[in-house]
Design a protein around this ligand. Structure first.
Ligand SMILES: [Zn+2]
Length: 128
């Protein structure tokens, strides 16, 4: 059970990704960012539109987590990666691959899964 307050903007994103309709927010200057946003984090523009997230991205950096926080105790070891989707970079857990086999440059798709430890939803990446 989780007592976490629902984070509307982020849960909307999780819902969308789970439905295969992930999106990001783009301002009128073309800066991409992840919701929830009221203004562009780069230029402050409030002219924001929702754009479909590309189907796959590339791992730009990753960390193998062997000693996690209690929230992820039963998930370890796991890999947290930053994936470049072009307009936006997304942080999540890499699934379905041994941590030693994760490399930068690998192409992954995005999905939603639950943490082993708490059942909380999170963004995950899987090899394409
Ligand atoms: Zn902007």
């Amino acid at each position: 059970m989780s007592d976490e307050v629902r984070d509307d903007g982020f849960d909307d994103l999780l819902d969308a990704v789970a439905d295969g309709e992930g999106f990001y927010v783009e301002c009128d200057e073309g800066h991409g960012s992840l919701p929830p946003r009221l203004a562009c984090p780069q230029c402050g523009s409030q002219e924001l539109s929702e754009e479909p997230l590309p189907e796959s991205g590339e791992i730009v950096t990753y960390t193998i987590v062997a000693v996690p926080t209690p929230q992820f105790a039963d998930d370890a070891p796991y890999v947290t990666a930053v994936v470049d989707f072009g307009p936006v970079s997304v942080t999540g857990q890499v699934r379905g691959v041994d941590p030693e086999d994760v490399e930068t440059g690998q192409v992954v798709g995005i999905d939603v899964d639950e943490t082993v430890t708490s059942g909380d939803r999170l963004l995950v990446f899987e090899r394409r």
